[in-house]
Design a protein around this ligand. Structure first.
Ligand SMILES: *Cc1c(COP(=O)(O)O)cnc(C)c1O
Length: 378
């Protein structure tokens, strides 16, 4: 013992400027603590847009098949999954970059293509990760206004406003179709017009995390536009429609040369062996995905109707969640719901303090949600 206290560095000041300004991603409620508190009783988890219908049984089998290989590193290239993805989506394997969830890839895009002195464009009421990615890279975030609340695509992307934010220093534009947390969407035709308005050296990232839930025939995947627009990057995940959120696997599809540049910063073995096997098996089971989509559509429309009957503002959604506007501060309602074992996602961080984002669960979960809501609103 010397008697002098060790000097604790000022870590905040040591962080690079972009990170100094950053706040960590808010994953919503502490579900581990809530599960402990509610152990033995039924907790209705509707805060993270997880898929209550579960993954393909084939994905579970595929995981069991590799469970004896836990001492091995996974395939560093994820070759089998890339081949399956390439054949399913009509891509070349060189156009695919796999990620430990698509969140990782959205961050990497900004790390590689943005930075201090450069702009990243995203939309108000867009997915929180885009702002995080831009700021972590030290880039300047330019937020485009969203469509008004009263619009049919309530608070959704205004593609004209987005294009107007693109300037000479813009390197990346992030859009989600459908969007989280609004549930809104835009047509393939609208996307095409948008892409025509964007200079070819600006990368446009179209995040299709909820594409598997889409039923509107006006929306085809942006993957079909990749040949025409080499600056287009399409992000997909196995966390939502494929119900593999616990395994962490997603991918981007882009020009092979963009993928090659991003490969330089990809961590080795970033996608684990269980995830590689499960994702591949899930892709092969499109019948299961169709079943999930049908279940979700039916439950979403029913739940939306039931919420509207209670006088709440619930815009249309093409996803597995609803953005519910209570027309008054939602925090007390939300606390009362959590007290009753129902967990939605607060929207204060998105600048929507009167809203909660509620995942469409299975029939039983939705019924419990409505039951709790009726008590809370009474
Ligand atoms: C859930 C979600 C993702 C997917 O995240 P993962 O890291 O793949 O689990 C990406 N974008 C949006 C808009 C999402 O809502």
């Amino acid at each position: 013992m010397t008697g002098t206290e060790p000097v604790v560095p000022d870590f905040q000041a040591l962080a690079q400027p972009g990170v100094q300004r950053l706040r960590a991603y808010d994953p919503g409620h502490d579900l581990v603590a809530l599960r402990r508190e509610y152990s033995g009783s039924f907790l209705v988890e509707l805060g993270s847009n997880e898929n209550s219908h579960g993954p393909s049984p084939r994905a579970r089998e595929a995981v069991l098949d590799v469970i004896n290989e836990l001492h091995r590193y996974p395939d560093p290239l994820g070759g089998d999954l890339k081949l399956t993805l390439a054949s399913y989506h009509g891509l070349d394997t060189a156009q695919i970059l796999l990620g430990n969830g698509s969140h990782e890839l959205l961050m990497m895009l900004a790390q590689v293509f943005a930075g201090p002195g450069l702009d990243v464009v995203a939309a108000r009421y867009g997915f929180a990760v885009y702002a995080l990615a831009a700021q972590a890279a030290g880039a300047n975030l330019r937020l485009a206004d969203a469509l008004p609340k009263e619009h049919a695509m309530s608070r959704g992307h205004d593609l004209t406003a987005l294009a107007a934010q693109v300037g000479p220093d813009t390197r990346l534009v992030y859009v989600a179709n459908p969007n989280n947390p609004t549930g809104t969407w835009f047509s393939s035709e609208a996307l095409e017009h948008f892409l025509e308005a964007i200079p070819p050296q600006v990368l446009v990232v179209v995040d299709e995390a909820y594409h598997e839930y889409v039923t509107d025939p006006a929306v085809a995947s942006a993957l079909l536009l990749m040949e025409r627009f080499p600056n287009l990057v399409v992000a997909r995940t196995f966390s939502k429609g494929y119900a593999l959120a616990g395994l962490r696997v997603g991918f981007i599809a882009a020009h092979p040369e963009l993928v090659a540049v991003m490969e330089r910063v990809r961590e080795s073995f970033n996608v684990n062996g269980l995830a590689l096997a499960a994702a591949r098996a899930a892709l092969y089971d499109q019948d299961h995905l169709d079943w999930v989509r049908e279940r979700n559509t039916e439950e979403r429309e029913l739940l939306a109707r039931q919420l509207r009957e209670r006088g709440l503002f619930v815009p249309e959604s093409q996803t597995n969640f609803l953005l519910v506007d209570f027309g008054r501060e939602a925090a007390p309602l939300e606390a009362a719901l959590v007290q009753r074992g129902v967990v939605p996602r607060p929207m204060v961080g998105y600048g929507l303090p009167t809203c909660l984002r509620i995942t469409v669960g299975n029939r039983d979960e939705n019924r419990r949600l409505l039951q709790a809501l009726d008590e809370v609103l009474a």
